[in-house]
Structure formats: structure tokens, C-alpha cells
Design a protein around this ligand. Structure first.
Ligand code: NAP
Length: 340
């Protein structure tokens, strides 16, 4: 296994912010994972698993450990019945390549998750979701290397405790499992309305009345292209803030003052309030803060336009959070993970 030293991290992170890593290596198999974890432990070197780097930011200094790039590939149809096809994927596969492939085969279940950057192994970590679909709707199980027991385990959908943009992999079991494969059950048939209104409107505008996986994928790609900047052109980490989960009493209170505030009932007296809207209401949409541009098309995304490093990003994040907190009494949360 090739282990390189003192490697700048920016090249691996779509936000293009971060210092260096003491070591960087790639894993291509479960055996590689076992070897690297065992050796790192023996040497007392911490490790961090990186997928596509599209949802991770890193501090300016040196990460004194080993960054492991998950490059485990593979695509295999493992089961089929009259309604479904089940596919097993290596964690290093590019998520959108998988979506493209299965939508072309007219399989449904992930078409609304088109054009989300990152790898298949990273997708369950934050339970990626878009336009009403989440990976938790189709993921049946995944295989992972358990760094507590050094065994390869199979975790069911339930074991992952998926919730809104969250799972055990970024909460109670953060750092424990290295995802090796994901298994997805896709459906034969056609996507069924009702769709998210933005998608519905787009389909209407384009006079699309036949709902196929490909039509929905193309519509989602077009909508996203207008709202979410391409990281290859404008460095960003997708949604920089999570949507806000707000208690009903506060939503009721805010609606008195802001009757147009969008809010979605999540059950249990909790409402989802789009954080992009909150940031926009603070007058920050399109603003440049410490070299970080609040995306003019969608304030949830922060673009690294001219930041000198992590500290600039941290100051921009602080300014945005403070403005929202002061105006709405809502504490907004960062979505990308931090390499540390
Ligand atoms: P948008 O279309 O501007 O809508 C703003 C927010 O309103 C969205 O975040 C969405 O929540 C919510 N919303 C709209 N219609 C809804 C409905 N019918 N029911 C419940 N909630 C509704 O959103 P955007 O920021 O441009 O993002 C577009 C889509 O891509 C969203 O679904 C977003 O979640 C997704 N996305 C996901 C990731 C990720 O997984 N990391 C990153 C970027 C964007 P939801 O976010 O819950 O859908």
C-alpha cells in the first residue's frame, strides 16, 4: 500500500480549505482496511476515512494522522424479483455514476438523488436526501469494518438508525465503522407523484407528463444546476448548514411576525424551517464574508471565493449563525463534518 507523507488536503476537499495530512493512503479492499487500521493502531497514529471529500472541511494546520481514501470499487446485481433489483456497491463508487446507471435501466428509488456529489460509502453517513427521497428509503444493508472488534459486520437499515440527514455514523458511532459496501433495493416501475413542488413545477414548465426515472433525473439535474454551484467551478461543500428543526411554539411565534416563513411538519410538534430562507431574511444571500460567498441562488451553500483558510470560513460561519440566532432565536447547525 502506497503511503504518502505531508500531503495538502485541499485537493481532496471540494471546499478547497484545509492544511496538510501527515499521511495519505488509499484502500481498495476490506483487507487493505484491516491492514491499515491494525498498523495505525500499532503505531498510535489516528486515521480518518475520506470518500469524495464533498462534505468535509479541514482546519488549516497539520492533521497528525493518516487520511484513508476509500477507493473500494464494485457494482453487482445480487438479486432480482418481479418488482425489484438489488445492487451491491463498493463504498468508493461515485454516487452519481450509480444513480445514472440505474435510472438508465429504468429502476426507481434514487432518481431524485441525482447529482449529489460524493461516494456511495459516504452517502449513508448523512443519509443523503433530496426532493423527498433519502438513501434510507432504498438501502437495505451495508458492510463495514468494525474498528472496535476488527470484524467485518453487516448492518441492517434499522441498525444504521437513519434520521433526517443523520445516522449512527455521524453521531453515537462516529469513527467506529469503515463502510465497505452498500446494498440498495431499487424498484421496477415509474416514479409516482406527488413530487416536491419545485420538481412538479419544473415538470409542468417542460411539459413532461410521462414520469420515468430518466425524466425525473434530468429535471433534478437541471434544477440543481441552477441552485447549487458545481464544486469543480466554485469550491463548496454542498449545503453548509442543515435545515433547522424547530419546536412548534417557536414556529407559531415566528409566524406571527413572518407569516410567509416556509415550514414543514415533521411530526412530534417539530417543524423543518429551511435554513437558506432564514439566512436570506438576514440579508446575507449573495454577500461576501471573509472571502466566503453566500450563494446568491441558495443561501444554504457557502462558496470559497477567496478565503485565506479555515479561520476565514469559521468567521463567516460565525457571522451567519449569529445573525440568524439574533433575528429568529434559532441555532443553525453545520452540515459538513470536520477532519480532526
Ligand atoms: P429548496 O428547493 O430551496 O427548498 C428549501 C427547503 O424546503 C428544502 O431544504 C426542503 O427540505 C424544503 N422543502 C421544499 N419542499 C418541501 C416539501 N414538499 N416537503 C418537505 N420539505 C420541503 O432546497 P435546496 O436547498 O435547493 O435543495 C434542493 C434539494 O436538494 C433539497 O431536497 C435538499 O435537501 C437537497 N440537498 C441535499 C443535500 C444533502 O443530502 N447533503 C445537499 C444539498 C441539497 P429538504 O432539504 O428536507 O428536502
Amino acid at each position: 500500500m502506497d503511503i504518502r507523507t505531508n500531503i495538502p488536503l485541499k485537493q481532496y476537499l471540494t471546499m478547497q480549505i484545509g492544511g496538510t495530512a501527515r499521511f495519505v493512503t488509499e484502500v481498495h479492499s476490506a483487507e487493505d482496511v484491516r491492514t491499515i487500521v491494525t498498523n495505525s493502531r500499532k503505531e498510535g497514529v489516528p486515521f480518518y476515512i475520506l470518500g469524495g471529500g464533498s462534505n468535509v472541511i479541514a482546519p488549516d494546520g497539520r492533521y497528525n494522522g493518516i487520511v484513508i481514501r476509500n477507493c473500494i470499487m464494485g457494482y453487482e446485481e445480487i438479486a432480482e424479483d418481479k418488482d425489484t433489483v438489488t445492487v451491491k456497491l463498493g463504498a468508493g463508487e461515485v454516487w452519481d455514476d450509480f444513480v445514472k446507471r440505474v435510472t438508465r435501466e429504468n429502476l426507481i428509488g434514487v432518481e431524485a438523488l441525482s447529482a449529489i456529489p460524493g461516494t456511495c460509502g459516504a452517502a449513508p453517513v448523512q443519509n443523503i436526501g433530496a426532493y423527498g427521497q433519502e438513501i434510507s428509503d432504498t438501502l437495505t444493508e451495508l458492510e463495514a469494518f468494525d474498528t472496535q472488534t476488527d470484524e467485518i459486520v453487516t448492518l441492517s437499515n434499522d441498525d444504521c438508525k437513519f434520521r433526517y440527514r443523520n445516522s449512527i455514523f455521524r453521531t453515537e458511532e462516529q469513527g467506529r465503522y469503515i463502510i465497505l459496501t452498500v446494498t440498495m433495493r431499487l424498484y421496477k416501475g415509474s416514479p409516482m407523484p406527488p413530487f416536491y413542488s419545485v420538481l412538479e413545477n419544473h415538470l409542468k414548465e417542460k411539459n413532461i407528463t410521462e414520469y420515468t426515472a430518466t425524466n425525473i433525473r434530468e429535471a433534478v439535474i437541471e434544477i440543481r444546476a441552477n441552485r447549487l454551484p458545481n464544486p469543480a467551478e466554485k469550491p463548496n461543500a454542498g449545503s453548509f448548514f442543515k435545515n433547522s428543526m424547530v419546536d412548534k411554539w417557536l414556529v407559531d411565534d415566528l409566524l406571527q411576525k413572518y407569516p410567509d416563513m416556509p415550514h414543514f411538519d415533521m411530526g412530534g410538534r417539530i417543524y423543518k424551517v429551511p435554513t437558506g430562507w432564514l439566512i436570506e431574511q438576514c440579508g446575507l444571500k449573495g454577500k461576501l464574508l471573509h472571502g466566503i460567498r453566500v450563494n446568491p441562488a441558495n443561501a444554504l451553500v457557502l462558496i470559497n471565493e477567496s478565503a485565506r483558510g479555515y479561520s476565514d470560513l469559521a468567521q463567516a460561519r460565525e457571522a451567519i449563525s449569529k445573525a440568524v440566532s439574533e433575528k429568529f432565536h434559532i441555532h443553525i447547525e453545520q452540515e459538513p463534518l470536520e477532519l480532526a
